[in-house]
Design a protein around this ligand. Structure first.
Ligand SMILES: Cc1cc2nc3c(=O)[nH]c(=O)nc-3n(C[C@H](O)[C@H](O)[C@H](O)COP(=O)(O)OP(=O)(O)OC[C@H]3O[C@@H](n4cnc5c(N)ncnc54)[C@H](O)[C@@H]3O)c2cc1C
Length: 419
């Protein structure tokens, strides 16, 4: 059943009819999705549009302002808002599916909303007034970026140098951030900062706040149009209303598993799309090897074997992701130490499986298809560049390490571990 979410021309569609308009269009009325089914339909309709231009965007490093606006218009940026605040509050299983569908079409457009859905969850820790204020805005399609990780003079991404200082009647923030995916497209930037007692806070500031500069300096070989660049915070002022404590949080929490699900779905989407492209190419473009005695490459047993191996890896990844999402839903409904640990491990295993599938298939595609498949006109290397870049997001080796140590020694991962 199609909801024809895009029946009325959206700003995006009007944008393309006006010939390559690249500036941000005026925001349009935003749909409010009512349930999980509508979220899946919306993702499929958006993905169909995104797929057509994904390769060109990658080639030209063309930032997807209009495409992100479309995601807001069709309601996906409000899809995780809790039901009591008027949202669809989609399940983790649906979240995984939405991100898989978008990422298969364009994994940058899959990654841009990842921080949004992760940080919508953190608003649940806010006061009633904060929840009403922010959730209402997300339902209107306003988007969250992030200013979390640090890269300047730090020992690691979470060695925060950004500081929150109390001044008369307000607080002042100064610092530098990196890997701020989605910030260029967002209305809200959650800044992670330490106060004078070294306690961690998250400050939700508007992206046009005086003193906040979002730089368009992401220049990685992959995930090129995620705009995952740096942010300078130079005397940005906030009040208590914008501050959320990130210390003394209620434990246990499921937010981390929730935030990792889109990452697994991004890699699964990349793997699926690369496999689809490889099979299509083998059937329509590739020649049989002259020594094989065959008329079609698709009849070569060695090629058939590879396709079987790749399909197995992709299907295994999909099943791991489904299991991780199901256990996350169980943990969200009944959060205990045990349910949240089970969800963490299951989602970590999904990350391991999707990492494996994405790297295997995007690399193996060329082996299946042959020399011509490396020609720039196909731009198949974007699948590998995207997989290679995105799978570095947080080290997979540590997920395997925590899993092994738990199974072998019963050792639980540390509470702050990015598992
Ligand atoms: C595509 C992608 C998007 C990501 N988005 C986010 C996100 O939105 N939020 C988040 O918290 N984490 C994000 N991450 C995770 C982030 O990469 C890790 O937190 C970080 O890589 C861990 O740092 P590292 O210790 O491995 O150091 P590395 O990343 O290997 O190195 C850090 C060094 O990189 C240099 N550097 C970083 N950014 C720039 C830049 N723009 N220009 C010049 N030099 C730079 C600095 O010199 C710094 O010292 C993203 C990762 C990827 C691959």
């Amino acid at each position: 059943m199609s909801l024809s979410l895009l029946r009325k021309p959206t700003a995006y569609q009007r944008g393309i009819s006006r010939k390559k308009k690249k500036t941000q269009p005026k925001p349009q009325p935003v749909r409010i999705l009512r349930n999980d089914e509508e979220a899946i339909v919306a993702a499929k309709e958006a993905a169909e549009i995104f797929r057509a231009t994904a390769s060109e965007r990658d080639r030209n490093r063309d930032l997807p302002y209009r495409e992100v606006e479309l995601l807001s218009e069709i309601g996906l940026y409000g899809a995780t808002v809790p039901k009591e605040f008027g949202g669809a509050e989609i399940t983790a299983v649906t979240l995984a599916e939405v991100f898989r569908i978008l990422s298969a079409a364009d994994p940058s457009l899959g990654q841009i909303p990842q921080n949004h859905v992760a940080f919508v969850e953190s608003v649940r820790d806010g006061t009633q007034t904060q929840q009403e204020f922010y959730f209402r805005r997300f339902l209107k399609g306003e988007r969250i970026g992030n200013a979390l990780s640090e890269a300047t003079n730090t020992k690691g991404m979470a060695d925060y140098k950004t500081r929150l200082t109390k001044v008369k009647g307000a607080y002042r923030i100064n610092g530098e951030k990196a890997y701020c995916t989605g910030a260029l497209f967002a209305q809200w930037i959650p800044i992670f900062t330490l106060d004078e007692q070294n306690r961690l806070w998250m400050a939700y500031v508007r992206s046009d706040s005086p003193g906040l500069t979002i730089h368009n300096d992401w220049h990685s070989m992959g995930q090129r149009t995620t705009a995952s660049g740096t942010i300078t915070i130079d005397n940005v002022y906030v009040t208590e209303h914008e501050l959320f404590p990130r210390f003394d949080l209620k434990r246990p929490q499921v937010g981390h598993s929730w935030g990792q699900i889109p990452h697994a779905a991004i890699d699964l989407g990349i793997a699926e799309e690369a496999l689809k492209d490889a099979i299509h190419y083998v059937k329509t473009e590739a020649r049989p090897w002259h020594g094989s005695g065959l008329d079609r490459l698709s009849d070569e047993p060695l090629i058939i074997q590879k396709v079987g191996e790749f399909q197995q890896a992709v299907d295994a990844a999909r099943l791991f992701l489904r299991r991780g999402a199901e256990l996350t839903d169980i943990a969200r409904a009944n959060t205990t130490e045990e349910t949240s640990l089970a969800a963490s491990f299951a989602v970590a295993q999904a990350r391991i499986a999707t990492d494996h599938a994405a790297l295997l298939v995007t690399n193996g595609l060329f082996e299946l298809c042959g020399t011509k498949s490396t020609f720039p006109k196909f731009n198949f290397d974007r699948h590998w560049r995207n997989a290679r870049t995105h799978t570095l997001h947080d080290p997979i080796r540590w997920k395997t390490q925590f899993l092994g140590n738990y199974v072998l020694n019963g050792t639980r991962p540390p509470k702050n571990a990015l598992i």
